[in-house]
Design a protein around this ligand. Structure first.
Ligand code: C5P
Length: 232
């Protein structure tokens, strides 16, 4: 079976307090998006790579990735899940139902090729798919919204942090996302949540904790440090 890559990059990054979406901020003298895409494409061979972009995106033509013939773009949607569905529909007629799709956030530029290879190897041996994740190290409190009062402490031994890539079969993922957003839109924050709600049992594959998501401006300096250390 073949492996496809979907890299949602249609967000506008409201949490970055910046006029520039986070995928176009500078990381080691490049766009975050160029770092992420070049690392993914260099790590493996892919049947194709689709990047959903915001319809008003003005930066893409200036990226290194725009000149890379392995990458195709399509219009994204209102939320991450809409952008991923748009990319999957874009592949209709090309991706086979048993082909694997790896969905990776453009905002995770530190993805390591070892993690990518381990994810593909471990999950391709099964049928459902899964994601890179790591056990939580903090104690997690449940707090009554808006009040500051704790209502409980979760059992940490059962909790993992979900990263990307998330890897599922094309023919299973698109219907799971479509049905999931129809019924429980707010609960679909990643591909796996849609698969879980559709009755599948995805697996976690332990991943590196330096696979961080750029969320606030400070994360750029941290990512730069991680990339320099990985190369060392
Ligand atoms: O903002 P957040 O970090 O949750 O975004 C996660 C990923 O989803 C990012 O790669 C972002 O570009 C993407 N996204 C998207 N379409 C949206 C919103 C977010 O492709 N409408």
């Amino acid at each position: 079976h073949r492996f496809w890559l979907v890299v949602p990059a249609a967000g506008i990054g409201q949490r970055m307090q910046s006029a520039v979406p986070k995928q176009y901020l500078t990381l080691a003298d490049r766009f975050v998006l160029d770092v992420t895409l070049s690392r993914l494409l260099a790590a493996s061979t892919w049947a194709g790579c689709v990047v959903p972009l915001h319809p008003d995106d003005q930066w893409w033509p200036r990226s290194e990735s725009a000149a890379d013939s392995r990458i195709e773009t399509c219009p994204g949607g209102a939320e991450r899940v809409d952008s991923v569905m748009a990319a999957l529909r874009y592949l209709e007629g090309r991706a086979g139902k048993d082909d694997w799709v790896l969905v990776h956030d453009v905002a995770r530029p530190c993805i390591h090729s070892d993690d990518l290879h381990r994810l593909r190897a471990e999950l391709a041996a099964g049928t459902t798919g899964g994601l890179l994740a790591a056990p939580v190290s903090d104690t997690i409190k449940q707090v009554v919204p808006g009040s500051g009062y704790i209502s409980g402490t979760a059992d940490r031994r059962q909790l993992w942090r979900a990263f990307t890539p998330q890897m599922f079969r094309y023919g299973d993922l698109l219907p799971a996302l479509e049905n999931g957003v129809g019924k429980y839109r707010g609960a679909i924050t990643d591909e796996s949540s849609a698969m879980e709600l559709a009755g599948w049992q995805p697996r976690v594959v332990p991943g590196r904790t330096d696979n961080i998501k750029i969320t606030v401006p400070e994360d750029l300096a941290l990512a730069e440090f991680i990339l320099a250390r990985q190369d060392a």
